[in-house]
Design a protein around this ligand. Structure first.
Ligand code: DC
Length: 239
């Protein structure tokens, strides 16, 4: 997983965490970043920001001539994070991005090449110097195939649906468990089945199944693994 020739390229490592909806990526990535003193990037939120921008421009997944309509939106898009808040073109859209509708549109738009190209470009720029925990679907496979640490987080679908349901309920989103489960299965199928950078485990990623694990103990395990590898002399400084 850790390859010395790559480790010397950045002063600090990139930690890639990929996996499906509800596997616990956000909690783990955020917690791990805090523990390591790294920054945290939620790339799903970036795709959701694209969905918000598209919807506000009257563009949906079925809009004719979709790529031509998306091109100027992507060219001018400004996505920033302020702690947990996501800022689109200077405006806080945190409350908008969490809805199931935006998640669905994000998933549909994320299958489009120009959307992925632009997001990959922004994500690579954000992680160029390392010291970042980046979570998503294709971080270890397409965005940072040379990431020093790669993890693939998974869990049984019913456990993931329960987590997602509770997350949405806590945010006041009115939706039943069965609907959450159905949406999650649909999104899994789309994210894993798309032609471009589909969700899949990188060959060199460590798989963590969080079905029966407390998410917070996962953070501890990953942190120990990372620090042990670093301390074992694989070095992080430029030579
Ligand atoms: O992680 P999330 O559920 O917020 O992501 C929303 C959608 O964005 C997801 O269904 C697929 C897409 N996505 C992607 O294609 N690549 C990523 N690295 C992150 C998210």
């Amino acid at each position: 997983m850790t390859r010395a020739k790559q480790v010397v390229a950045r002063e600090k490592p990139v930690v890639a965490i990929d996996g499906p909806v509800g596997a616990g990526k956000s909690t783990v990535a955020r917690g791990l970043a805090r523990e390591l003193g790294f920054s945290y990037l939620n790339t799903g939120a970036m795709y959701r920001a694209v969905a918000v921008a598209a919807r506000e421009a009257g563009v949906g997944a079925d809009t004719p001539d979709l790529e031509r309509r998306l091109a100027p939106i992507l060219a001018g898009i400004r996505i920033a994070f302020d702690g947990e808040r996501i800022i689109l073109d200077g405006r806080d859209i945190s409350a908008l991005v969490t809805t199931p509708e935006i998640g669905d549109l994000a998933s549909r738009l994320s299958a489009i090449g120009i959307v992925r190209d632009r997001m990959r470009e922004l994500q690579r720029a954000a992680g160029a110097h390392g010291g970042v925990v980046m979570e998503g679907r294709d971080i270890g496979t397409a965005v940072f195939p040379d990431a020093e640490f790669k993890f693939y987080l998974d869990a049984e679908v019913s456990v993931r649906a329960h987590r997602r349901y509770e997350e949405l309920a806590a945010k006041g989103v009115a939706i039943g468990y069965d609907e959450v489960l159905a949406q999650l299965k649909e999104r899994d199928a789309r994210d894993t089945g798309r032609a471009l950078a589909p969700l899949k485990r990188a060959d060199d990623a460590i798989v963590v199944d969080s079905t029966a694990l407390d998410i917070f103990s996962v953070i501890g395990e990953l942190k120990r693994h990372i620090l042990k590898t670093i301390n074992a002399g694989k070095g992080l400084k430029r030579s």
